[in-house]
Design a protein around this ligand. Sequence first.
Ligand code: SAM
Length: 347
Amino acid sequence: MKSPAVPNTVAAGPPLDAHGRPITYLRVSVTDRCNLRCLYCMPENGIDLVPMDEILTFEEIRDVVKVAASMGVRHVRLTGGEPLVRKGVVDLVAMISDVSGIDDIALTTNGVSLARYAEPLARAGLRRVNVSLDTFRPERFRRITRIGRREDVMEGIAAARDAGLLPVKLNVVVIGGLNDDEVVDFARSTCDEDWDVRFIELMPFLEGQERGGQPLPPATGFVSNAEVRRRIEAALGPLTAGAASDGNGPARYHRLPGAKGKIGFISPLSEEGFCARCNRMRLTAGGKLRPCLLTDHEVDLKSAMRGGAGDEGIRRGILAALATKPDAHHLRDGNRPRRRRMAQIGG
Ligand code: SAM
């Protein structure tokens, strides 16, 4: 079979994908295991897990990061599943922070175990955390996550701040009929708290399951960020335009006048041109390099590494993945990721 055209790399800059976008950001799913079972993300009984010997070792992850860094990738984010359930994750952070060229290591977590890990993670070289929190209400938190305690997450957030993992960003997936009545509360919280609240549109995962890959309760569903913003502004007044973003994410940031924290909107479904700004690729826990969260094409880096392909094999794998990165997710044209859930790719 003819291999895909390998795009040119810019000697002194990051690799470019097939559409000329510089790819500077690698998201690494360190495990497909999770200690929560959020309604819209995971079935109650969990998912088919990748066997432990099929999960990338820390050394293998470090090798992929090292080669990616040599090609111009600068940011790494650890995610999952829940990254903090992977034993030794602090050691992995230390290993990545030793990789020359990586200047930003971040973590996306549900926050349940963050109180225990924030300080050691920061000492190992972690710079920032995003904490997923879909509700401030304890009973609702239990309902959405099926297992968790909101208090654990709040303690985790406090520990992250104490450890200097700033700014803490709260990721809120807004689902009509489930938590959309809290968007004003979340927005208002930025007045007194120096966290950034980011509203995320629910993405459809797995063909035929339009509402996040899960049979959500009746009368729940998608709410656009335009609607979220409308409700916030109706209650709290206009948001100031375009507060500075951190430069490497998909969020569009705004602020309430005088607020300590920012309000971000991540609008994969409703923002025209959302994908034009994409700068990322994803490594699954099982070692597949995925150039787009929402399309199923993957390159099997684990088999290449375990077959002795070495750094050059990893480099070729990265270039092959970038050569097939689609211009956009095409969800509105009916494209659906069919092979894996969000939790299996690394959200
Ligand atoms: N366990 C970690 C956490 O909770 O942040 C990392 C993995 S989790 C899959 C990453 C993020 O994906 C969470 O913020 C979760 O809410 C979000 N997510 C899961 N399914 C989603 C969907 N269908 N649409 C939008 N966001 C989703």
